[in-house]
Write a protein that binds this ligand. Structure first.
Ligand code: SAH
Ligand code: SF4
Ligand code: F3S
Length: 437
């Protein structure tokens, strides 16, 4: 045995998937997981820098770990992920108790770097961006028991003007379809019944290697023997094709949930954001989705307070939200990311205005989510049992194919089972119900 490790993970599913590959390598090297920072020999923070609040959380943790390290001087402390990529050795200057900083393209170097730090007692910073290559065949220690994250592509070429992701994740590069299918087959053989295919914009999958497009890939994964649910995120509205929509419709296990971030509801702001579609184009795509998949849930991401946003823009945004009737939406306050074009745009929106707009947007969306869920009263839905509810161990939490959370009292069913649940009490964020055998 080499020692114990603890990994803290911030940010999106991509970071969770990367962390599972880090854990896989650590376990292969003989490390075992611990929940306590105070008895860890290695602590890693897999970081996010998409908004300032994400970075603030990480700096808070880095401060906390300084105290742990004072008591355990041999502890090896590393920073990985998007903030590592963005800040590089700045992090060490700010917090000299960090032993290494490893960029997003260097996940596969983890155990080598830890060994180097342990042997040489010198700090390591390695943040070269892997712009072409993909590290395949890394061991994976999955967090879930029935649900597996499967990255299908890395990076982003879109350069939305507010967003730091392309700078910290590099150019788009797609895994080979046979690698992805092989990973899904392995996961199914280990007992996983649900996979979520991950990428910053999965619709661009395969544009680099041209061996398969995203619709082709979805079909291949749908056909893997034993798979029960296939999910994917995130879809960029600019290239959600008819072929893709038809593939979802004709698929057996492809879940009817499309996360289709619009970001904003006025053409002026969409243009300034470099989202490359108009409100009209988005509306047409969403309509096509709804016509083909009437029971699908549609969810989105929205940013308020983008530079130059006026009251008129915001009124258009609210009207668009009412028109689209999303099942749910993640709403964000615009956060200035230095190095992105929007950070130096004129007319940054004052904080109080941003907050007021966010509150108005959330209130509107909550009312819509509630109305949509209310219509599910009495409905019978297939739910995959995911685990005990956080607030009440006698209640199960599971999900519908449309990705809605369902809570229901324990019966004879087990984690990972698929059950039919009758919805009795729809709420804004969850549906409550009971199992019907
Ligand atoms: N690739 C995905 C999402 C990546 S980041 C997509 O294009 O949809 C997740 C969400 O964070 C984005 O959809 C966006 O709504 C939000 N986001 C990104 N940069 C941001 C910023 N600077 N300020 C506030 N929200 C931001
Ligand atoms: Fe960021 Fe836009 Fe790429 Fe999404 S598509 S990761 S918002 S640059
Ligand atoms: Fe954050 Fe990086 Fe994901 S910046 S949102 S962890 S790609």
């Amino acid at each position: 045995m080499r020692g114990r490790y603890k990994i803290l993970v911030y940010g999106c599913q991509m970071n969770i998937a990367d962390a599972e590959r880090m854990e896989g390598q650590l376990q292969e090297a003989g490390y075992v997981r611990t929940e306590e920072m105070t008895d860890a020999d290695v602590i890693l923070i897999n970081t996010c820098c998409v908004r300032e609040t994400a970075e603030d959380k990480v700096y808070g943790k880095i401060g906390e770990i300084k105290k742990v390290k004072e008591k355990h001087p041999r502890l090896i402390f590393g920073i990985t992920g998007c903030m590592a990529q963005k800040e590089g050795d700045n992090l060490m200057r700010r917090a000299p108790h960090i032993d290494f900083v490893l960029g997003t393209g260097k996940v596969q170097e983890l155990t080598r770097v830890i060994a180097e730090v342990a042997a040489e007692h010198t700090p390591v910073v390695d943040v070269a961006l892997a712009d072409k290559s993909i590290a395949e065949h890394l061991p994976v220690a999955r967090g879930g028991k029935f649900s597996a994250w499967v990255p299908i592509m890395y990076g982003c070429n879109n350069y939305c003007t507010y967003c730091i992701v392309p700078y910290v994740r590099g150019r788009e590069r797609s895994r080979a379809p046979e690698e992805i299918v092989a990973e899904v087959r392995r996961a199914v053989a280990e007992g996983y019944t649900e996979v979520t295919l991950l990428g910053q914009n999965v619709n661009s999958y395969g544009k680099d290697h041209k061996q398969a497009d995203f619709a082709d890939l979805l079909r291949m994964v749908d056909e893997v023997e034993g798979i029960r649910r296939v999910r994917f995120m995130t879809s960029h509205p600019k290239d959600i094709s008819d072929k893709l929509i038809d593939t979802i419709k004709n698929g057996q296990h492809i879940c009817e949930h499309i996360h289709l971030p619009v970001q904003y509801g006025s053409n002026r702001i969409l243009k300034a954001m470099n989202r490359v579609y108009t409100v009209e184009q988005y509306r047409e795509r969403a309509r096509r989705v709804r016509d083909a998949l009437p029971n699908a849930s549609l969810t989105t991401d929205l940013i308020v307070g983008f530079p130059g946003e006026t009251d008129e823009d915001f009124a258009e945004m609210l009207a668009f939200l009412r028109e689209m009737r999303y099942d749910s939406a993640y709403t964000f306050l615009y956060s200035k990311r230095s190095g992105t074009p929007a950070a130096t745009m004129a007319h940054q929106v004052p904080d109080d205005v941003k907050h007021a707009r966010l509150n108005a947007l959330m209130a509107e969306q909550n009312a819509i989510s509630r109305e949509i869920n209310d219509r599910l009263r009495g409905a019978m839905l297939e739910v995959m049992v995911e685990g005990a509810s956080k607030n009440d161990p006698t209640v199960w939490s599971g999900r519908t194919r449309t990705n809605k959370i369902v809570l229901f009292p324990h019966g004879a069913e087990q984690e990972g089972d698929f059950v039919q649940v009758k919805i009795t009490q729809p709420q804004t964020w969850v549906l409550k119900g009971e199992v019907v055998s």
